[in-house]
Design a protein around this ligand. Structure first.
Ligand SMILES: Cc1ncc(COP(=O)(O)O)c(C=O)c1O
Length: 377
């Protein structure tokens, strides 16, 4: 999907992109997209249900679905709305909610798509049932278990049983299974430690499945995993649904993960960059670019400069980054590409992905946050 506003940039040289801009290297992006799709083709097991929160773009979600993904995950009802409005037919809210307003929006979406949500308390079930009944529709629901993330979710084992029974007893809800995601496992940089975390999750899931089976409850779906553990989890057979999302773009935090051989795991490459321009080089050994905390996320450390060993980000403020320059001085107007520590909050600060290939702008996908108007590019 491309907006009419975006078309003005298509075909132009990348030198004409005004900065700061969120740029996608389309060759690297497509390699990432295809690599994950090859491992989880349509009709295989487990299936891929990528998380859409790193991109918030139905255009990108459609590429994932076209390559075999069963649907997408969303973390907010706004994201779910955007995906269903953009034509995605199967959406899981990997979250719990106690908001009647949000639940009635989800129930309305469920008239146009298959919509599922997570629960970890009888009140979630009661409110979801009420919203689905008012819309005269059906919501799918899974019980979230805490597999180490220590956020939402009941403890693994028997605590899931009464919740599953309550979903099964609700007229407008359909029980599917378990949500068992742990963010902690994803960013365990050492491979052996990541494997150990995944094995712990596998045990937690098995114990919960056993408790449900003992109560005569069939678990069809177990969802979880991410960019750090997709392959380990798939080999362990823990999940029926793999929910990786950041693999499309990668980021500084994920790029620190090591493979089994102890070397950098470079199967997925950085494809997302914030493009900046040198606006000042007044201080010897330094340069200032027009990127700051309002255009690149810093929750996981300072950004890294791509392709340049002679440049290091030393400071960041609202609209500026100060670079230490160890090689030749940078020219005013020179471009610098930055890799964010965390791709997700970075995407959230922009209105478009500017897709580039061979030095030209090839696409301009809007980043849709419901309620935020996307301005012309
Ligand atoms: C519920 C859930 N599933 C999956 C993921 C994995 O996403 P990623 O591959 O982007 O780390 C996340 C990330 O936060 C998540 O919250």
């Amino acid at each position: 999907m491309m907006t009419s506003q975006g078309r003005g940039m298509i075909g132009r040289s990348i030198d004409e992109i005004d900065t700061p801009a969120l740029v996608v290297d389309l060759d690297a992006f497509e390699r990432n997209l295809d690599l994950m799709a090859r491992r989880f083709p349509a009709g295989g097991q487990p299936v891929l249900r990528p998380h859409a929160k790193p991109h918030k773009s139905p255009a990108i979600a459609a590429m994932q679905v076209a390559r075999g993904a069963i649907g997408v995950c969303c973390q907010t009802v706004d994201e779910a709305q955007v995906m269903v409005d953009g034509g995605i037919g199967d959406v899981l809210l990997t979250n719990v909610t106690v908001s009647p307003a949000k639940l009635s929006r989800l129930a309305a979406l469920a008239r146009r798509a298959r919509v599922e949500l997570c629960v970890d308390n009888p009140l979630h079930i009661e409110l979801a049932e009420r919203a689905a009944a008012a819309a005269d529709g059906v919501l799918h629901a899974r019980v979230e278990i805490n597999v180490g993330g220590n956020r939402c979710g009941v403890q693994p084992g028997g605590e899931a049983v009464p919740l599953a029974q309550a979903i099964l007893a609700a007229h407008h809800l359909r029980f599917t299974g378990l949500q068992a995601y742990s963010g902690n496992a994803q960013h365990e940089h050492d491979h052996a430690q990541r494997v150990a975390r995944c094995q712990g999750i596998a045990r937690d899931v098995a114990a919960t499945r056993a408790a449900l089976a003992a109560a005569g409850i069939d678990v069809q779906v177990v969802g979880g995993a991410g960019t750090g553990t997709w392959d380990i989890d798939a080999d362990l057979g823990t999940y029926t649904e793999i929910q990786a999302g950041s693999y499309l773009f990668m980021d500084g935090y994920y790029l620190r993960n090591r493979g089994a051989d102890g070397r950098a795991d470079d199967r997925f490459a950085a494809s997302l960059f914030v493009l900046g321009t040198v606006v000042s080089s007044a201080r010897r050994g330094h340069a200032v670019i027009d990127v700051g905390t309002k255009t690149i996320g810093t929750d996981r450390g300072l950004p890294q400069v791509a392709d340049r060993d002679d440049l290091t980000v030393t400071r960041i403020s609202d609209e500026h980054i100060v670079l230490e320059v160890r090689g030749a001085a940078l020219r005013l107007g020179e471009r610098v590409r930055l890799v964010a520590g965390n791709c997700e909050p970075t995407v959230n600060l922009h209105n478009h992905f500017v897709g580039v290939r061979g030095g030209r702008v090839e696409s301009a996908w809007p980043i849709l946050r419901a309620g935020v108007r996307v301005l012309p590019l």
